[in-house]
Write a protein that binds this ligand. Structure first.
Ligand code: URA
Length: 268
């Protein structure tokens, strides 16, 4: 490749990354426009939008299609129940094929911090840096979370950190409701095994998935709720997600109040 070509290739890749195209799904390109323009054959029954598939390329044909969502949720429930320890839960997740996100993510992002901690933080899903390192909250939001922890006298050895969804959604898109539903039994089992005294839901998706509250985070943040771990009731609080605080730094004063409330709860 000449220097000119290599610069053009780098620029093109940078453009794709900027546009959120950062995952390769198959080696062979698929021309979806050609498929649409094919001459009409005999009429086919309508297929619900969520079931339509891109025409399979030879490479994507090698990736087994994940089971439909209801089946995947049942499989997730029974796999999560089978895990008797955090190591087993990690191993079960490594093998679980019911969530399509695992095929676009680089690796599973299980958890970080101290499994004996009294406080557990749960975010939404890993981003690019977390996917590369296999550790939750290591990118810019993670650095802000570390600063917020330091401000209340804690660090990663005092807390346990994970996400609702343990694989990065391609291009950092939000996880879909199906993906979240499939991952929910695993995070519920994760919380049951860690058995913290205080659960912190970072952002609305985490609050909605774990506490079943779909109000906006500006309404729920700072409020205490009860979460049943499967063994006992514990205190749970909703807080702004650090990624939101990076975009809206003025809200940090409210986040500070919430972190002081967490510190106070841990002092009891
Ligand atoms: N955002 C999240 O919700 N989780 C991470 O691990 C990183 C960013």
């Amino acid at each position: 490749m000449t220097p000119d070509h290599s610069k053009a290739a780098r620029d093109l890749l940078a453009f794709y990354a900027e546009a959120g195209v950062d995952a390769l799904l198959g080696e062979t390109p698929v021309d979806c426009f050609a498929a649409q323009a094919a001459p009409p054959g005999p009429a086919e029954p309508a297929v619900p939008a969520e079931r339509t598939r891109m025409p399979a390329s030879p490479a994507s044909a090698a990736v087994p299609a994940p089971p439909p969502p209801e089946e995947a949720v049942m499989a997730a429930r029974s796999a999560a129940r089978s895990a008797a320890s955090l190591d087993e839960l990690r191993a079960v997740l490594e093998k679980f094929e019911g969530c399509a996100l695992r095929s676009t993510a680089k690796q599973l992002v299980f958890a970080d911090g101290n499994p004996q901690a009294r406080v557990m933080f749960v975010g939404e899903a890993p981003g690019y840096d977390e996917d590369v390192q296999g550790v939750p909250f290591v990118g810019r939001s993670g650095q802000l979370l570390d600063k917020m922890l330091t401000a209340i006298g804690l660090d990663r050895k005092d807390v346990y950190i994970t996400n609702i969804v343990p694989w990065r959604p391609p291009g950092n898109r939000d996880p879909s409701l199906h993906e979240t539903a499939i991952c929910l039994p695993f995070i519920q089992r994760h919380i049951e095994l860690v058995d913290p005294d205080v659960l912190v839901c970072l952002g609305k998706p985490s609050t909605a998935a774990l506490l079943g509250i779909s109000d906006g985070i500006r309404k729920t943040r700072g409020k205490w709720f009860t979460y049943n771990t499967g063994r006992r009731d514990i205190r749970a609080i909703a807080c702004f997600h650090p990624a939101y605080l990076l975009r809206s730094p003025l809200e940090k004063r409210l986040a500070w109040r919430d972190f002081l409330a967490i510190r106070k709860a841990l002092a009891n």
